[in-house]
Write a protein of this length. Structure first.
Length: 258
């Protein structure tokens, strides 16, 4: 009887042990299957994110080319066209009442056009952005706009702000450029203020003008400028806040972690 009980106990132990081993094998199999599915999901998300980044970069490049075309047409093209008309008039008539004055004006227009081309090419060069601190980039852009005497741009940049990442620096710089261009062309503002501050690992860019503003509630679709700003903010997982009221100006706030 005791031997029979021992055999039964041994059999039960073996059954439990085998069941335990089977349970471990099933658990490991399920774990590996779930891990594989999880990795596949991560890979899909990563591919989608990379795809979105690529699409965003392509859109930004396209809009940048449009920006170059507008700048050349609106600023450089007009100056060179006027200079060309002066020269043609001189060649046709071979006489001008104030020849020296006209020649000097023509020369000045050509030089201004060349300067604007140099500034435009410099501001679009990635190497220049990489090798220049964000403070200098923004200050130079504001100096260029102030020289046009269209409006007054003031800047405050927290001395602790240092952006080592190219993408962070590029996004802040390009969004600043985009807002400034939109304000100059559409807002009829007299003043624009730019504030860039850092709190621990958190960066905040605030840009505000005192222009005519607009009713955000009636803005059905984003314009090119607003669309570009939002797309750029996505590159750094940033949060964009845009506030505007008629006759009270427009304010943009960009926040992201660095």
């Amino acid at each position: 009887m005791g031997e029979t009980s021992f055999i039964i106990t041994l059999i039960l132990f073996n059954i439990i042990f085998v069941a335990f081993l089977i349970g471990i094998v099933v658990f490991i199999y399920q774990y590996k299957s779930k891990r594989k599915q999880h990795l596949q999901q991560i890979n899909i998300l990563d591919q989608n994110h990379k795809k979105e980044l690529l699409e965003t970069q392509i859109e930004i490049q396209t809009n940048t080319m449009e920006y170059i075309g507008r700048e050349i047409h609106d600023n450089v093209g007009q100056k060179l066209t006027l200079a060309s008309l002066y020269i043609q008039q001189y060649l046709i008539e071979n006489k001008l009442i104030n020849t020296n004055t006209t020649i000097n004006s023509t020369n000045e227009m050509i030089n201004e056009a060349l300067d604007e081309l140099r500034q435009l090419s410099k501001s679009l060069t990635n190497d220049y952005i990489k090798n220049t601190c964000i403070s200098q980039l923004i200050q130079e852009e504001c100096t260029r706009i102030n020289s046009l005497q269209i409006c007054n741009v003031t800047v405050y940049i927290d001395p602790t702000v240092h952006l080592d990442s190219y993408i962070h620096k590029s996004v802040v710089y390009r969004i600043t450029q985009e807002f400034l261009q939109n304000s100059i062309k559409h807002s009829r503002c007299k003043n624009i203020s730019i504030v860039l501050i850092k709190q621990r690992e958190h960066l905040t860019l605030s840009i505000k003008d005192d222009g005519i503003g607009f009713d955000i509630g009636k803005l059905k679709n984003d314009g090119i400028g607003t669309y570009n700003i939002k797309k750029r903010a996505q590159l750094v997982n940033g949060l964009i806040k845009l506030d505007s009221q008629k006759d009270k100006g427009t304010e943009l706030i960009l926040e992201f972690s660095i």
